[in-house]
Write a protein that binds this ligand. Structure first.
Ligand code: ADP
Ligand code: MG
Length: 530
């Protein structure tokens, strides 16, 4: 059994005399008309952390999938430690010493950590190694790499951060010398991300080679030795991290200058628009998801809800958006008018008629119908709007098409073709379609969840500006995001949710990521915290 120290690699990032740990030569890959990777060449030195950044859809995951044997390249060559290596499947990748930490973990929830780690390993199911031996190996790995997890714990009982450690342990248990992590911090709290970075530094110190995919430039700057920038399927640059800046990387990614900060004047909050009192939601399994949430939002104000995914934010948006699941109690009032947990209010008005717009967290399920065209999606939810009606009876398709063209133009949706099905747009452009539909109705209250998840930097900037513009036009905005940067830069007030409750409220100018991170982890009193 390989332990952490017998890989025989050099332990520092000093220029290696030998061949690159990974070399890709001229890799190309198309999916139908989409060329996801075009003539990609990268050399990754052993014992280094190599970052790959690029906008959504740039081709990063495709490239990693080729390296891990999920896809076969149409052309090109892979060399591992200088040897041309065929990687037709993931077994071959594992044999070549490559481990992958998946974005969506592939662990068995009701198995223990130990069982998950040995499951499917070469000497696992068939040879039934003594569990004691495996346990010892796991303990060694965990100690060497600061990967502390209880081997007997059930995976389903672990936090997301710990589950990720199990994925890393799994790869190490299979003797991986090269580790690929695709957007690993998207699901982590700031503290968990810090811990992950400590682990990665430890792995590097032991000579492991790490490929880190992230769209977070701060992470690239913090931990990588070199970084390759991908744009539209190509590598546009590979630079030494110490010699670049976030601004330069952002510009390389999108090919033009971008603002990393949202230009935003101070808020001028007006009347109270939303008042929620003691809102409680219990799901079908009887689990309390919201445990007495109270909050208010004024006109012309953005309230940001920070929190690790799964602490009640989704349920809050669902109740406000009118599709609550489970049992709901408490009160919701918009402009002083009580609205029920679901369905129409006392006046028979739907939420949209009251002026509540909703950009849902999950645009693929609630925001869009992917097989429908862009123009049908623009009408989605607003079929009854007077400007979409002909003779008060039918939808006026011409009017909707015209309106969609205008929206696509004003929101810079590419390609600006209303007849294309929603699924053929990139994530950023899909989100712009949803946003155009919701924002251009001038809502009194905008509910917006994860507005820039899976969206490229250029579109992020655009979406942020639109949300601020809506605030400045007098709307109340409830913003839910797991991206602290986004919460901090957009919000006029920040409420942190943990375990179905509001842990506290802060003003962005009077708090920081660390304090918010502690609140997100459920630590109420931050007095004296490091
Ligand atoms: P990234 O990881 O940088 O966001 P991806 O590698 O996932 O980018 O995607 C690159 C491009 O290839 C995108 O246009 C995407 O829609 C397309 N693509 C990726 N996987 C597939 C697939 N299995 N079938 C068709 N198109 C795909
Ligand atoms: Mg990806």
């Amino acid at each position: 059994m390989a332990s952490a120290t017998d890989t025989g690699r050099q332990a520092t990032a000093a220029p290696a005399a030998g061949p690159p740990a990974i070399e890709l030569r001229g890799i190309s890959k198309s999916f139908g008309a989409v060329q996801a990777n075009r003539d990609i060449s990268i050399r990754v030195r052993p014992g280094t952390i190599h970052g790959i950044v690029g906008e959504n859809g740039a081709g990063k995951s495709t490239l990693m999938s080729i390296l891990y044997g999920f896809y076969r390249a149409d052309a090109g060559e892979i060399l591992i430690d200088g040897r041309p290596t065929e990687i037709p499947d993931s077994q071959a990748a594992i044999r070549a010493g490559i481990g992958m930490v998946f974005q969506h973990f592939k662990l068995v929830p009701n198995f223990s950590v130990l069982e998950n780690v040995i499951l499917g390993a070469e000497d696992g199911a068939l040879l039934r190694p003594s569990l004691a031996k495996a346990r010892k190996t796991l303990a060694d790995l965990a100690r060497d790499y600061d990967l502390d997890v209880d081997p007997e714990a059930l995976v389903e009982e672990l936090s997301v951060g710990h589950q990720q450690r199990v994925e890393i342990l799994k790869a190490l248990y299979r003797h991986a010398d090269i580790l690929i992590l695709d957007e690993p911090t998207g699901v982590l709290t700031p503290d968990e991300a810090d811990h992950l970075f400590r682990i990665l530094r430890g792995l590097k110190a032991q000579g492991k080679t790490i490929l880190l995919i992230t769209h977070k430039l701060r992470e690239i700057m913090e931990i990588t030795d070199e970084v390759s920038v991908m744009r539209r399927g190509e590598i546009v640059a590979t630079v030494t991290t110490a010699k670049t800046s976030p601004e330069q990387l952002a510009e390389l990614m999108v090919g033009r200058k971008v603002l990393l900060h949202v230009p935003k004047g101070s808020a001028h909050p007006g009347r109270e628009v939303l008042r929620i009192e003691d809102l409680r939601v219990t799901d079908a399994q009887g689990v309390a998801r919201l445990k007495g949430v109270s909050l208010t939002i004024r006109a012309g104000e953005i309230l940001g809800i920070a929190g690790v995914a799964g602490n009640g934010q989704s349920e809050l948006l669902q109740v406000l958006g009118g599709f609550a699941r489970g049992r709901v109690s408490g009160t919701i009032a918009v402009d002083g008018q009580q609205i029920p947990a679901a369905g129409k209010g006392a006046t028979g008005q739907t939420r949209r008629q009251i002026g509540i717009a909703h950009v849902p967290e999950d645009r693929h399920h609630l925001g869009l119908i992917l097989d429908f065209t862009a123009w049908e999606n623009v009408a989605f939810g607003y079929q009854a709007a007077p400007d979409y009606q002909a003779h008060g009876l039918f939808m006026d398709n011409d009017a909707i098409l015209r309106d969609t063209r205008g929206k696509m133009d004003r929101f810079d949706v590419r390609p600006p073709d209303p007849m294309l099905p929603a699924k053929s747009f990139s994530g950023g452009n899909q989100q712009k379609i949803v946003l155009a539909r919701e924002i251009e109705r001038n809502p009194v209250l905008l509910l917006v969840g994860q507005p820039t998840r899976g969206v490229d930097i250029g579109a992020i900037e655009f979406i942020h500006r639109r949300i601020v513009a809506l605030r400045d036009a007098g709307a109340a905005v409830l913003l839910v995001s797991v991206e602290l940067d986004e919460i901090l830069s957009l919000s006029d007030r920040i409420a942190v949710m943990f375990d179905g409750q509001i842990m506290g409220e802060r003003l962005p100018a009077e708090t920081n990521e660390r304090e918010l991170g502690l609140l997100m982890a459920g630590v109420a009193s931050t007095a004296g915290a490091a």
